[in-house]
Design a protein around this ligand. Structure first.
Ligand code: PLP
Length: 404
């Protein structure tokens, strides 16, 4: 197990103050912080290698291309994709989902069905609604229960020969629930449906093996796993990626262009039109190196300890309710104080230097289910500590006193 004091030294931002108090950063489910090792790679890129890739004959362009493609291999190895060309660079999870949704607009027809889960992020609901409008397919929703878990029995009755696509997040960003995606993938494949898993929230905590999962598409964002914003990847099985049409037209994605007809480049370039986030891709590779050096087993074990500690401490506060109480969850706690608006709690916590998220967490349907306007969400990363949780708990007590 790592020493958290040593880990914290890697993150310069953790030593800053907010409102005169040491920063307690508990908004990791929105974005993670960046270690010096990754910041160094970004500085190094712009100091030494900055050039456009894939088309230059000059040294800088070749160095930048090599680093960018090496990062793709790192990402491939991390997610255990069979081929590097199954890793498509994107601007993040939202982009990856839209790329797949756009591709399926040429495949789906009236009468086809798409299944999504009740636990989805807006980025995983809206593109499917748009896709259904365009194709005449219909959208079905796997319901959830009071613990914030998906009703798998209901899923099994929803799925049928018309199901072409199933979308589910691996871990809910609003509640932290870990969904049984292995089972969902197996059931979907029995009727020939493809499965896209939103891994934005799982990839910071566990190391998914896309081949073992047999998942068709898996999308992540670098900024949730210690990397920079504006970059992510879509993993797709080669057969599927070959079947889907390109998402955007432009440079990089073509083999040959005439005004009569354009032929598309091979994977992965077919989906990578335009100048990509070159530095971002390289830094994503560095972030994956960093997290693997810390170790995902150690990360998961430590975060679970933080989750247990914080859950017990928070539940000692009378009138505090936690939403999302599945036994299978990661280090996210969504809660409310009885009769107090989450925004007011968040504002008082901010005065104390504690960064939490308040609101619907881009998951309004979940809030509607619980009949609440939103929650206060504290999400922990491996660089957080129990003494930071104590500060949160004292802050929540103070908020309760001031606001009730
Ligand atoms: C953050 C998040 C997204 C969106 O990621 P972007 O980087 O904003 O595209 C999608 N799904 C889940 C579960 C998330 O946590």
């Amino acid at each position: 197990m790592f020493k958290v004091e040593n880990i914290r030294k890697d993150f310069p931002i953790l030593s800053r103050q907010v409102n005169g108090k040491p920063l307690v950063y508990f908004d990791n489910a929105a974005t993670s912080q960046t270690p010096q090792q990754v910041i160094d790679v970004i500085v190094d890129y712009y100091s030494n290698y900055n050039a456009n890739i894939h088309r230059g004959v000059h040294a800088l362009s070749q160095e930048a291309t090599d680093l960018y493609e090496q990062a793709r291999y790192k990402i491939q190895a991390h997610f255990n994709a069979k081929h590097a060309h199954e890793i498509i660079y994107t601007s993040g999870t939202t982009h990856g989902i839209n790329l797949v949704a756009n591709g399926f607009s040429t495949i789906l027809k009236k009468g086809d069905e798409i299944i999504v889960s009740a636990l989805e992020h807006h980025s995983n609901i809206v593109p499917w609604q748009m896709l259904c409008e365009r194709t005449g397919a219909s959208l079905k929703v796997i319901p959830m229960n009071q613990n914030g878990e998906l009703e798998i029995k209901a899923f099994e009755t929803l799925i049928n020969q018309n199901t072409k696509l199933v979308f589910v997040n691996h871990i809910s960003n609003a509640l932290g629930t870990i969904n049984p995606i292995e089972h969902i993938i197996k059931k979907a494949h029995e009727v020939g449906a493809a499965v896209l898993v939103d891994g934005a929230q799982s990839s910071p905590h566990i190391k998914p093996d896309v081949q073992a999962l047999d998942v068709d598409f898996y999308v992540v964002s670098a900024h949730k796993m210690c990397g920079p914003t504006g970059v992510g990847v879509l993993y797709g099985k080669e057969d599927w990626l070959n079947k889907l049409p390109p998402y955007q037209g432009g440079g990089e994605m073509i083999a040959e262009v005439t005004f009569e007809k354009t032929t598309y480049a091979a994977l992965p370039h077919k989906f990578e039109a335009g100048t990509p986030n070159i530095c971002g891709g390289i830094a994503f590779g560095a972030a994956i190196d960093y997290m693997n050096a810390v170790g995902f087993d150690a990360i998961a074990a430590y975060e679970h300890e933080l989750l247990k500690y914080a859950t017990n401490k928070l539940l000692e506060i009378e009138g505090l309710k936690i939403y999302g109480t599945s036994k299978h969850k990661t280090s996210v706690i969504s809660f409310n104080l009885e009769g107090i608006h989450p925004y007011d709690v968040g504002t008082i916590l901010d005065k104390l230097g504690v960064a939490v998220r308040t609101g619907h967490h881009c998951a309004q349907p979940i809030m509607d289910y619980f009949k609440i306007p939103g929650t206060v969400r504290a999400s922990f990363a491996f660089y957080n500590t129990k003494s930071e949780i104590d500060i949160l708990v004292e802050g929540v007590k103070k908020a309760k006193m001031m606001l009730s």
